[in-house]
Design a protein around this ligand. Structure first.
Ligand code: FE2
Ligand code: FE2
Length: 176
């Protein structure tokens, strides 16, 4: 078995003392940090736009007395907000700044904010947005590869939940 990728303990100890001000970002960080930060911020924008869209759909569906859909919209809004928090936390760990400027959110977001008038339109647009997020997160995971395992794992966890969201919306759409 080759050990050429394993650093000896002295090298590890020496490297850890270099650029201590970079916190969690060590000399062995293999990814393009600027690029990873850009992808994290675009994903943060995507999640925040999804929170807003699901919130609107929750309140509108409540007005339409569509309680099953409303419950799902609210649950999704809460989970998208959790995704946003985790992405923002990772951005800071990597020495970046999470972008929360509302003027920039819809420009950076991959998924769109579509208000939707009828319940069917709302569910349809949510399904489309989830499908955009799924494809975009899958590509990001492939791009990161084994260069930044923590960020990749975060995207894998989020992706799994987006797939559940898409499935939920597809089920509701079928019943409408
Ligand atoms: Fe999400
Ligand atoms: Fe989602």
């Amino acid at each position: 078995m080759s050990d050429k990728h394993l650093s000896d303990v002295n090298t590890l100890r020496e490297r850890a003392r270099q650029h201590v001000e970079n916190g969690a970002v060590t000399e062995g960080y293999n990814a393009d940090r600027e690029q990873v930060l850009r992808l994290l911020n675009e994903s943060l924008a995507t999640e925040l736009v999804c929170v807003l869209r699901y919130k609107r759909h929750y309140f509108m569906a409540n007005g339409l007395k569509a309680s099953v859909a409303a419950d799902e919209f609210l649950e999704h809004a809460t989970q998208e907000a959790e995704h946003a928090d985790k992405l923002a936390e990772r951005i800071v760990q990597l020495g970046g700044e999470p972008e929360f400027n509302p003027d920039l959110l819809s420009k950076h977001s991959h998924a769109q904010y579509v208000a939707g008038n009828t319940l069917k339109e709302m569910v349809y647009e949510d399904l489309v947005a989830e499908r955009i997020a799924i494809d975009s997160y899958r590509e990001i995971i492939q791009y990161i590869g084994d260069k930044d395992p923590t960020t990749r794992r975060l995207f894998e966890e989020i992706l799994a939940q987006e797939e559940e969201h898409a499935d939920d919306m597809a089920d509701i759409l079928n019943d409408l």
